[in-house]
Write a protein that binds this ligand. Structure first.
Ligand SMILES: [Cu+2]
Length: 116
């Protein structure tokens, strides 16, 4: 290992460490969305997310019956027990509209994600 020979080298090294830390923060900062299932409906039933980024979707089933979050367009399917919370990562998505349903109550439990 070479010792730093000048303060310019030290400054460059500090900048490098800063860049490294910044890229780590960027990875940790997935946008988060909370989705509640209540009375066999999603609240909210419309979600806006940034296109091109992975998004952390937390789905909290507040009903007394199980529900299944299902979306063919998002390629996700997950059963959620009564009272349970699950995390579903979606994206990165192209701009567009992505419908989802609660498969056990499709008449009322439906919504969509808009990526823009
Ligand atoms: Cu299903």
């Amino acid at each position: 290992m070479t010792l730093l020979s000048s303060s310019a080298d030290a400054a460059r090294a500090a900048l490098f460490m800063l860049a490294l830390a910044a890229s780590t923060w960027a990875v940790a900062a997935d946008p988060e969305v909370l989705l509640v299932i209540k009375n066999h409906r999603f609240e909210p039933d419309q979600i806006r997310v940034p296109a091109g980024q992975r998004v952390k979707l937390t789905v909290h089933n507040q009903d007394a019956t199980p529900e299944e979050f299902e979306s063919h367009k998002l390629n996700r399917e997950k059963v959620i027990a009564p009272g349970a919370k699950v995390v579903i990562f979606i994206g990165p998505l192209k701009p567009g509209k992505y419908e989802f349903v609660g498969e056990y109550n499709e008449a009322t439990a439906k919504g969509f994600v808009v990526a823009e």
